[in-house]
Each structure stands twice: as C-alpha cells, then as structure tokens.
Design a binder for this molecule. Structure first.
Ligand code: CP
Ligand code: NVA
Length: 307
C-alpha cells in the first residue's frame, strides 16, 4: 500500500506498487475519455512547491487535482518565506498542518530529502537533479499502451545520464525491460542509482548496460529515448556540453538501427536540432505527447494512493 508514503525515487517502489499505479492510471484515463470524473480528493489540498520552471508537471498536477475535486495550491519558492531564510524543516512542519500532500520540484535532491524528513504528509518528487519518478511512471504506462507489454522489451537511452535517465533505468530494470544507455564518458547515470538498477535487473532477469556508442545501444531497440543535453541548472556548462554530446543526436539514420516498429520517447521540453531532429520528434514513431498526457493519469493515481 502506498498510503502515507513519500515518492522521492523510483527506488521507493516495488514491482507490485508500479503495477497498482499503472492499473489505476489506466482506469482514470478510460473514465476521463468517457467524461467520468471521480471526486476522490474532495476536501483535500495539495501544495505544489516549484523552485524551477515547468509546463507539463505543473499543469498536469494542477489539472489532475482539480478534476479529482481537490484544491491545488501552487507555491513558487520565491514567494514562500523559504526565499527569506525560513528553513526547509519549518516549512515542511508548517505546510503539514494545512495540506494533505506536498509535490515539490527542487534545485537540490538533499532539499527534497529534508522536506520529506520533516513533513508528516506525503511528499512527491516533481523533479530533482537526481530523479524524476512521475515521468518514469508515465513512460512505463506509455510503453505498455504502445507495445502491449513491458517485460522482454529493449529500451535504448541516448545522451545524458541525467535525472530522467536515473528514474527510467530504475523503472525499466524493475519491470524487466532491457536497458542500453549510450552516453559520452563522464555523463553516466548516478553510480548509486546504477548499482540499485543492476540489482533490480538481476532480480527481474533483464539486462542493464552503460556504453558509449549510440549505434550499438539503438540496435534492435523497441524504444529509443533521449532528453536535453543541458538540464535546468546546468546552463553554465552549455558550451562544453554541446561539444561533448556531438554524435549523440537521435536522427532518422540512428533510428533506422532500431526495430521497425520502434517508438521514440522524450520527456519534453525538447531542444529540437540538438538531441533530436524535427523529423524524428514529429515523425510516425514519436509518442512524446502521449507521454505528456499520461503524466496526468499517473499522477492522479499516485495522489489518490498516497493521500
Ligand atoms: N517533462 C517535464 O517534467 O516537463 P516540465 O518541465 O514542463 O514539467
Ligand atoms: N533533464 C531535464 C528534464 C526536464 C523535464 C531537466 O532536468 O531539466
């Protein structure tokens, strides 16, 4: 059961938890398509603390909470007393007296851990520099919809071993998807996350490898995934990164090495012309807006399960 639990990392979830979240999200999606909305969050307020910009995460959480009859309370970090030196611990203790859950997008993963430590209501990671679990769950839902299964598929990650990559490798290794990550030397996923991913892959019988060659990673893949080369907060490294990631673009030529029915995924926002070409992201294999939509359904499932 997820009731009362924080969701800070994909590592917090078991295979059973993920199965429950995806099943519930699918029901929310089917009901919404028929115009049926439940009011499971009636009388509940969810605080949304954002220290970084967002389009999908903010709008999908606010819309989802509203559709469930709850009250989404958007709090930009600059407008909270946090910006004037109130501690994260006191902020967590205070908010816990008013709201029923806290969704937080943070500039440091340690800040998220501190918030969760002092919060008596569930805290959900809405992106930290280390992980993006809500994205990974929406991605599993999308893969399942498009491929009809998860176990036994091959996913190739091309580019930066970043927050989205960390959560995705944990999600895939948990459910039995083989993962091949191609990144330039020095841009590998977080070492501890990788270690947990390897343990999970051994348990689920899947493969997890980190290599440098995108051609090798993409060969025979069912899913090809990429993300920006410069994440939020890394703007100062932009010139070096653009240089280091040359050769890691997902373009039509690279995609041809995958299976014929490959799906192309990207968490968005995309930097078209850098990590992906227009031809690929707008092409017949792309499912990027289905991923974006599934954020709404998956987050409704998470909220109704933790609150
Ligand atoms: N994918 C994602 O989290 O997008 P936003 O930054 O727009 O929320
Ligand atoms: N890796 C990106 C993901 C944005 C949703 C970032 O952290 O900026």
């Amino acid at each position: 059961m997820l009731r009362g639990r924080h969701l800070l990392s994909m590592g917090d979830l078991s295979g059973e938890d993920v199965g429950h979240i995806l099943a519930r999200a699918t029901i929310f999606k089917e009901q919404r398509e028929k115009g049926i909305l439940s009011d499971e969050l009636r009388g509940k307020t969810v605080a949304l603390i954002f220290e970084k910009p967002s389009t999908r995460t903010r709008v999908s959480f606010e819309t989802g909470i509203h559709e469930l009859g709850g009250n989404p309370l958007f709090l930009s970090a600059q407008e909270l007393q946090l910006s004037r030196g109130e501690t994260i611990a006191d902020t967590a203790r205070t908010l816990s007296r008013y709201v029923h859950a806290i969704v937080a997008r943070v500039t440091s993963h340690d800040n998220l851990l501190e918030l969760a430590k002092h919060s008596t209501v569930p805290v959900i990671n809405a992106l930290s520099p280390l992980e993006h679990p809500c994205q990974a769950l929406a991605d599993l839902m999308t893969i399942q919809e498009k491929k009809g299964r998860l176990r036994g598929l091959k996913l190739a990650w091309v580019g930066d071993g970043n927050n989205v990559c960390n959560s995705l490798l944990l999600a895939c290794s948990l459910v039995g998807i083989d993962v091949s990550i191609a990144c330039p030397p020095g841009y590998e996923p977080n070492a501890e996350v990788l270690e947990l991913g390897r343990r999970r892959a051994a348990e689920s019988g899947s493969k997890l490898e980190v290599i440098n060659d995108p051609n090798e990673a993409v060969f025979g893949a069912d899913v090809v995934y990429t993300d920006v080369w410069v994440s939020m907060g890394q703007e100062g490294e932009k010139m070096r990164r653009l240089q280091d990631f040359k050769g890691y673009q997902v373009n039509a030529e690279l995609l041809r090495r995958a299976k014929e029915d490959v799906i192309f995924m990207h968490c968005l926002p995309a930097h078209r012309g850098e990590e992906v070409t227009d031809e690929v992201i707008d092409g017949p294999h792309s499912v990027v807006f289905d991923q974006a939509e599934n954020r709404l359904h998956v987050q409704k499932a998470i909220l109704t399960m933790v609150i």
